[in-house]
Design a protein around this ligand. Sequence first.
Ligand code: SAM
Length: 285
Amino acid sequence: MSKFVEERNDNFFSVRYEIDRVLYSKRSPFQKVEVVQTKGHGRMLLNDDLVMVSERDEFVYHDMIVHPVLLTHPNPRRVLIIGGGDGGTAREVLRHNKVEQCDMVEIDGCVVEACREFLPVTAEALSTPAPRFSLHIDDGVKFIRETKNEYDVVIVDSTDPIGPATPLFGREFYRDVYTHLADDGIVVSQGESPYYNAKTQHTMVQILAELFPIVRYLNFTNLTYPGGLWSFSFASKKWHPLRDFSEERMREANLKFRYYNADIHRAAFALPSFQLDNIGAFLKE
Ligand code: SAM
């Protein structure tokens, strides 16, 4: 008999994946954490029955949350990742030679444990030795409030605004991020679906526009997140994602990408009209 995992979204639709077996299943203090072997999408990480990562298309999300920002900032030496327990974002950040120090703050040790054992494709980078990489099992909200560090780039690779991730979409959190960003720092965040989470996008862009002189959104399409089209927010104190993006710097970085390239970089910041109707008034520059 076939076995399935089912991701239920917004109580009006669901996506069902056929699986071979469950590789890891634990209830942490924060959420249910599972890794399953699917029939068509490789291994998958689910937190509270929501798909976080699938081996089949994780490269899309991780390319797009990392490379547009790291190739806009001319000298991203110090990077902070909040969330991102599967390690895919850290993997892409650490491919950039300019990065000297990458701190990652994941609230749930079970996610890291599960991915280290069963999702080596994303989690390998989590074994990068200090001082280049440091993993903190802690609340990102608390970490950013208390840290003495200053960062060139902050990447918020979080779950949906539920439970411990709720404050990661709030005003106070972004004030703290702003304080701990260098004078030319940039923050990029998991920005939800333009179709299903228009209200969240509206609130996020409003908060960012209160703080940052440059506020943009970028989109990408993928297989895993509901509806396919998904977004990141991009807020910057100085560097502009189109004016300051340099193809020469990209060539110098000498990286091979599976989704990202220079045309995708530019195109990602072009938004469909219905999304502009929702957030366009708050985009800056
Ligand atoms: N790419 C994924 C997505 O969009 O669904 C996100 C992947 S990553 C696994 C998200 C991580 O954020 C989860 O492992 C979760 O435990 C972590 N997280 C949620 N709230 C957090 C917080 N307050 N501080 C640090 N990490 C948090």
